[in-house]
Ligand binder design. Structure first.
Ligand SMILES: *Cc1c(COP(=O)(O)O)cnc(C)c1O
Length: 418
């Protein structure tokens, strides 16, 4: 049933030519290291686009998040002993329905993630659940919040809640570059924020990321930490642990060449989203929600199936089964059907509180706290919005090089599953 000769991807890099010019420039001038004009330009452009004073170019967004967490930990709790993390034993409120890279760095630094449930209206961190979390743990001083698929939650409200409780906010804007809320750019809400140039993001450097902040001391520290934390001395002098996290000037050439096309990519992603909305308007499904005054970057189009139109679907830790039923479907059936036609979809991020690694961690919903639970227990669980969206949702092929005709076929395939 291979419908597409050429595979339809979820999201792939889209190059324009300028990237090669800047890579070549790096090559010809021999700035083939982690120093050079491309890096300087990426930092200037990234800060300007995200409306933050400083950007530090790094090898990945995960590295950026790590340095955000380390900076926050040291500001909140002081410099840790050499073999300790900056958040040793401290609880940190984290987005639950996200990529695990959002909060892995919390664990690198010895912190304990406490997961905050997702809000129905936005599919992002629920401010009501976050308030509940501060009620239960008033001494928590750090929140790590991700924006999902380039569609916004109430990050402004989350920021206010953090300020009210004297907590710092780290914004993981990896998926949301170029998106805005009330005209304010994603990446500018956090005390420290991170963006990603990973290969499938809205623009790419093949890899890479930036830490964003208005605090010059943090920017300087991040730059130092990312280059093995050398002190200013004639020899290799070290007072603290460092990392090899700096962006390469070659990668920076790709990023530099991509930035002028950010708006074009957003327009293409929006056209894809709009076409799905139109193609599914009479189906019992809902596309990614767009909240008032928000301007998504439409990175990944995703949908959830209405409860009454879900066929039976069961997932354990590695497999998924479903029972086909006329007029009904489920993410597993749609993803398998797309794959059989040579098109790539993806499940919604499996919530962190459902991950085996975090089974003993706390998970806080609007109605209170509980231990994270196993998959089987959660099915039909009350007040667990993330588990429900994971159960009924999926990401659709959202590659900006997909043609309208190809997308029409994708829409037809999804419709055929009902
Ligand atoms: C992609 C992604 C990251 C990690 O970005 P890298 O640059 O690959 O390290 C972090 N958080 C979220 C939400 C992401 O989607």
């Amino acid at each position: 049933m291979k419908v597409f000769e050429k595979k339809i991807w979820l999201a792939t890099p889209t190059m324009h030519g300028d990237e090669m010019k800047y890579i070549t420039e790096a090559y010809e001038t021999n700035w083939m290291s982690t120093v050079g004009q491309n890096i300087n330009e990426v930092e200037r452009i990234a800060a300007e686009k995200a409306e933050m004073k400083y950007a530090v170019a790094l090898s990945s967004c995960t590295a950026a998040l790590h340095l955000c967490v380390k900076a926050a930990g040291e500001r909140l709790y002081g410099k840790p002993a050499i073999s300790h993390g900056a958040l040793e034993g401290k609880r940190v409120f984290c987005s639950d329905m996200t990529f695990d890279a959002t909060l892995n760095p919390v664990v690198y630094e010895g912190g304990i993630p406490v997961f905050i449930d997702t809000e129905k209206e936005s599919w992002n961190m629920d401010p009501v659940a976050l308030e509940k979390a501060f009620e239960i743990y008033p001494d928590v001083k750090l929140v790590v919040c991700a924006e999902l698929y380039g569609f916004l939650g109430k990050i402004d409200v989350i920021k206010q809640i953090c300020e009210k409780h004297g907590a710092l906010l780290i914004e993981d804007a990896a998926e949301a570059m170029g998106a805005a809320l009330n005209g304010k750019q994603c990446g500018s809400f956090g005390d420290y924020s991170a963006i990603s140039y990973n290969g499938n993001k809205i623009i790419t450097g093949s890899s890479g990321g930036c830490l964003l902040t208005n605090d010059i001391e943090v920017a300087n520290k991040a730059r130092k930490w990312s280059t093995q934390a050398r002190e200013n001395a004639p020899w290799y002098q070290h007072e603290e642990v460092g990392y090899n996290y700096r962006m390469s000037n070659v990668v920076a050439g790709v990023v530099r060449g991509q930035y002028p096309y950010l708006e074009e990519h957003i327009a293409q992603k929006k056209a894809i989203y709009d076409r799905y909305c139109e193609g599914f308007k009479d189906l019992p499904v809902q596309m990614n929600p767009i909240i008032d005054n928000s301007q998504p970057n439409y990175w990944l189009s995703a949908m959830i199936i209405d409860k009454d139109y879900m066929c039976k679907q069961v997932r354990d830790d590695s497999t998924a089964l479903y029972i086909p039923e006329k007029g009904k479907t489920c993410p597993t059936q749609i993803l398998e059907t797309l794959a059989a036609c040579n098109a790539e979809g993806r499940p919604i991020w499996k919530p962190m509180h459902m991950q085996p690694m975090y089974r003993m961690h706390e998970f806080i919903t609007q109605t209170g706290s509980g231990r994270a639970k196993t998959n089987a227990y959660i099915a039909g669980g009350v007040g667990d919005v993330g588990a429900d969206i994971f159960d009924r949702g999926l990401c659709l092929p959202s590659d900006n090089k997909m043609t309208a005709e190809e997308q029409d076929k994708v829409i037809e395939i999804v419709r055929s599953c009902f």
